[in-house]
Ligand binder design. Structure first.
Ligand code: ADP
Ligand code: MG
Length: 531
């Protein structure tokens, strides 16, 4: 290993791993802070241009070119094959699972899949890259020219973001610079893990848009199962390229903010960089191209130890014995495995149930929520608009509060459907329905909604005599409000409805209660006392 004057490089088997390191470094380097949104909106004459390079770790059991395990939080240097440590004489063996993952991802992004792609070496020296180069796909990647459909921020209007390419490459190891000890520690567990690099066209215009695009990609990757997509665990890391220009002008000089591993920091870092560039240009400064594209291109050479990557094309069948024996990854077989993707899910839900786009976006984004919603509708045969309210407000609210995932919900779709049916059939009022919901949530030994309602005596009260008695009681206790209603403040009537329901534990038939109160309080002449 080449000597490094400023830091001694040591392989240690001690515990040093810490999540969030990159984020902290990035934050301090960029001095992110304040409220860039405010500044951005006042500089309408500038247009920001943002393109992303997103590195997604392939969700595979072993690494891209070795059989070492891919395990999060394993003890340092415990998942390292000889090849990953670049021992002389070791050779790369391509992991089929990683090829399938990148092809699936390319297909999901509507890319053209190249039947033949190539591996290249990108040379640079860094302690966490012991071979002195990274194997990547610089000349011809697996997938090119696709589209990411990103849901709009407010009303779900989708935008298409061009995908330049998706390519397969190795992840690097990790270095930890321990200033106190004057050491650089290296962990090679991550070295050689398969990465899919998704490169977007420079078509985004703000931090929020960049974050929305990455979030959608994250959702797609999870749906496919090709990447776990947990940013805090480093499965997804983003480099953002940022430039600004006046409308109609050619692209400006760009800078690159690297290794962003949370959506919030991505959004902030991009907006910060836009603001910094505007400030610089407006005060007569110049943007310095901080990417090393010139050097980087010089540092590439074809990888001599790997043949080109050949896939079986979309409409091909294995032509001969040899092709069969090679066990080529088949594009059409993978295409057939594609699950329903988030964008199609959203349009299907909007089409079938006439739901609000922003609700649908959440429904699809939360893992398992769409399936939950659809099962409630399927079992209960109910109005989707009523079900979506329960699922979004009541269920999701309490799940988030308790930090639970949808699959951990103690209330299963079947049970929620039963509860909603009780409400729709007029057996319980909506306020009782909420009480039953809360009770079931707390109850571990789950009683069915019907049982809870029966045992608690909570079914709706329809007996007109009982309802009228309650109304009379409330009216007698609130003479001032009675005056208000009679003098034309018809809205005060709702307060009476509330009081009566309180008296009846929320069990009064709401329509009847309202009718009785109207009969008693509103003038019966019908000549215009509406407020
Ligand atoms: P390199 O080879 O140096 O990585 P690429 O041409 O591959 O450069 O572009 C990398 C990323 O930078 C892409 O996501 C692309 O959209 C983005 N990009 C290129 N030019 C600009 C620009 N002027 N402003 C913002 N982003 C840009
Ligand atoms: Mg690049």
């Amino acid at each position: 290993m080449a000597a490094n004057k400023t830091a001694r490089v040591a392989f240690v088997l001690k515990r040093w791993y810490q999540v969030g390191r990159t984020e902290a470094l990035c934050a301090s380097r960029c001095h992110i802070g304040g409220r860039p949104e405010a500044a951005l909106s006042t500089r309408a004459e500038w247009e920001a241009v943002v393109g992303l390079e997103i590195h997604a770790q392939v969700h595979s059991a072993s690494k891209l070119f070795s059989s070492a395990a891919v395990t999060f939080l394993a003890p340092p240097n415990s998942c390292v094959a000889l090849f990953d440590a670049a021992l002389p004489g070791t050779m790369p063996v391509l992991n089929r699972r990683c090829v399938e993952a990148v092809v699936l991802t390319g297909l999901a992004l509507g890319c053209r899949i190249n039947r033949r792609s190539y591996f290249d070496r990108k040379h640079y020296f860094y302690a966490d890259m012991p071979a002195g180069y990274q194997i990547t796909q610089q000349r011809v990647p697996v997938a090119e020219r696709g589209v990411l459909r990103v849901p709009g921020e407010w009303h779900g209007r989708e935008r298409n973001l061009g995908i330049t390419c998706v390519q397969l490459e190795q992840d690097s190891g990790k270095s930890l610079h321990d200033a106190a000890e004057g050491l650089t520690l290296v962990d090679l567990n991550r070295a050689g893990v398969g990465l899919m690099e998704v490169v977007t066209e420079p078509e985004l215009t703000s931090g929020a848009e960049a974050a929305a695009a990455v979030q959608e990609l994250q959702l797609i990757l999870r749906t496919l199962g090709t990447c776990q997509g947990i940013m805090a665990e480093g499965h997804l890391r983003v480099d953002a390229n940022v430039s600004i220009r006046k409308p109609g002008q050619p692209l400006g000089v760009r800078t690159e903010v690297k290794n962003l591993n949370s959506l919030r920091w991505l959004s902030r870092a991009v907006d910060f960089e836009i603001r910094r560039q505007i400030g610089l240009l407006e005060t007569g400064g110049q943007i310095v191209n901080e990417t090393r594209s010139f050097d980087v291109k010089l540092g590439f050479m074809p990888e001599p130890n790997l043949p080109s990557l050949v896939l079986m094309g979309d409409d091909e069948r294995p032509m001969n014995q040899r092709q069969n024996r090679q066990g080529l990854v088949s594009v059409s077989a993978l295409r057939a495995l594609l699950p329903e993707l988030p964008a199609s899910r959203r349009s299907r839900l909007i089409r079938n149930h006439d739901l609000r786009p922003d609700l649908v976006t959440t429904l699809v984004k939360e893992d398992g929520l769409m399936e939950y919603f659809e099962e409630v509708i399927e079992v209960g045969k109910q109005d989707p608009k009523i079900v979506i309210n329960w699922v979004m407000n009541d269920l999701l609210g309490v799940l988030n509060e308790c930090g639970l995932s949808v699959s951990q919900s103690p209330i299963k779709p079947r049970v929620l459907a039963e509860l909603i049916n009780l409400q729709i059939d007029g057996i319980i009022s909506s306020s009782v329905a909420k009480k039953v919901f809360t009770m079931m949530w707390k109850d571990n030994e789950v009683r069915s909604p019907v049982k809870i309602v029966a045992e608690s005596g909570w079914s709706i009260i329809c007996d007109p005599v009982q309802l009228e008695a309650a109304c009379i009681d409330v009216i007698a206790k609130h003479p001032k409000q009675v005056e208000l209603v009679r003098s034309g403040h018809a809205k005060v009537l709702n307060k009476f409805v509330g009081q009566v329901q309180k008296l009846l534990d929320g069990r009064g038939d709401p329509a009847q209660v309202k009718r009785i109160l109207e009969n008693k309080l509103l003038p019966q002449t019908g000549d215009g006392h509406c407020s």
